[in-house]
Design a protein around this ligand. Structure first.
Ligand SMILES: [Cu+2]
Length: 394
């Protein structure tokens, strides 16, 4: 609102200034004023200096942004083995863009000043210069080729790994639906059972084929636990629309496409507990909590409940706008030590999908039986009432 008001004031001030200059022109009756539409040497000189002023403005803005917003704790804090490679690519690209923009902006504005219009000066015309064209084609071509080749090399290294290349790999299914994530673990046999959208029914909302022997020990979790130092291969599916599995700290993102299984794999290198202890993270969390404390004080003053303090957790987010609650489609990721992971598996593996379906079926049967019984007893009761009523009538 304040910004809008400031904008309106600026626009009104500009209009007022413009009107004032018009009035000033009218008062200059009798004084010889140049009314030519052709720019004079003086006009060109002023514009030339203004170009330099604009260059200064660009550089000052860049320096200001670097000082105030140049601290990216995420671009040095990756938590997967391939993370530093992705960060490196990002840093190299940004450095090249920064250098190229600094030099080309300086040249652009300098030449605009140097060749500003002067009386009697004619522009030099030449149709082409092979030397110039060679220089400005070959330099970007080489730089781009190096960047693209490096990018392709990194992409191949990261993407072309499957569970077959790594005997110890853990295979986990990530299932996306509007608007939540579910993880499916393969259980003791290390093989995920088949699944299809046609099998979705009741508690089996991932559509697991319950007749598949490999599916017998599969279990679901609403929290993604992964072990540090082991390759995790994600098999990603979607139930409804396009989603995107985005795990920013692990530099991982893959589309979730209905009707097909997509893959991504990485090796986590920092456990949740270790990440929480990193100095950058401690600073970040303290910063968030100081903001929360201020907000909480306001809330408490209004008689509302205070906010909970924030603790760091890795997150799996959706990075495709998939509907109204897309912003809130997330799942907590916990990177455990191998021992903690084993303990978590031991605790959760018995809660298989097959068991959940059987339990739900038994419960449904029991409640159905209960409902029939109540219906019978209600009928009996109403019969009794009729009998009583008839008896009373007699
Ligand atoms: Cu989504």
């Amino acid at each position: 609102m304040t910004t809008l008001l400031v904008l309106i004031v600026v626009v009104l001030l500009a209009v007022a200034l413009w009107q004032l200059t018009k009035i000033f022109d009218l008062t200059q009756v009798g004084v010889k004023v140049s009314d030519t539409q052709v720019a004079s040497d003086n006009d060109n000189k002023v514009n030339g200096y203004l170009m330099f002023a604009f260059l200064g403005f660009i550089y000052l803005t860049t320096i200001y942004c670097f000082l105030n917003y140049g601290h990216f704790p995420l671009v040095s804090n990756s938590a997967s083995q391939h993370g530093p490679e992705v960060d490196n690519l990002m840093i190299i690209s940004m450095t090249i863009i920064f250098i190229a923009q600094t030099i080309t902006q300086a040249l652009l504005h300098y030449f605009a000043f140097k060749y500003r219009g002067r009386e009697g000066q004619k522009a030099l015309y030449f149709s082409d210069s092979n030397k110039l064209e060679f220089i400005w084609s070959i330099i970007p071509a080489i730089v781009l080729a190096v960047l693209i080749l490096y990018g392709l090399y990194a992409w191949t290294n990261i993407m072309f790994v499957s569970e077959k290349d790594d005997k110890n790999a853990v295979v986990i299914e990530l299932y996306a639906q509007q608007f939540k994530w579910t993880a499916r673990y393969s259980g003791a046999d290390d093989v995920l059972g088949k699944a299809n959208v046609r099998y979705i029914e009741g508690v089996n909302n991932l559509g697991v084929d319950l007749s598949d022997p490999n599916a017998q020990d599969d279990f679901m979790s609403s929290e993604l636990h992964i072990p540090k130092g082991t390759r995790v291969v994600f098999k990603i599916r979607s139930q409804d629309v396009l989603h995107s599995a985005y795990m920013p700290h692990f530099r991982a993102q893959m589309n979730c496409v209905p009707g097909m299984v997509t893959n991504f794999s990485f090796i986590p290198t920092v456990t949740t507990a270790e990440m929480r202890e990193k100095p950058e993270m401690v600073e970040k969390v303290a910063n968030i909590n100081s903001i929360r404390a201020k907000k909480s004080a306001d809330l408490v003053a209004k008689g509302e409940a205070a906010l909970d303090p924030y603790t760091f957790d890795y997150l799996l987010l959706c990075n495709k706008i998939c509907g109204a609650s897309h912003y809130n489609m997330q799942m907590k990721i916990v990177v455990d030590t191998p021992e903690e992971y084993k303990a978590w598996l031991k605790e959760n593996a018995p809660k298989t999908i097959v068991l959940a379906v059987k339990t739900a079926a038994a419960e449904a049967k029991a409640s159905e039986a209960g409902a029939t019984q109540t219906k019978d007893s209600t009928n009996a009761a109403s019969k009794d009432t009729t009998v009583v009523a008839q008896a009373e009538m007699k």
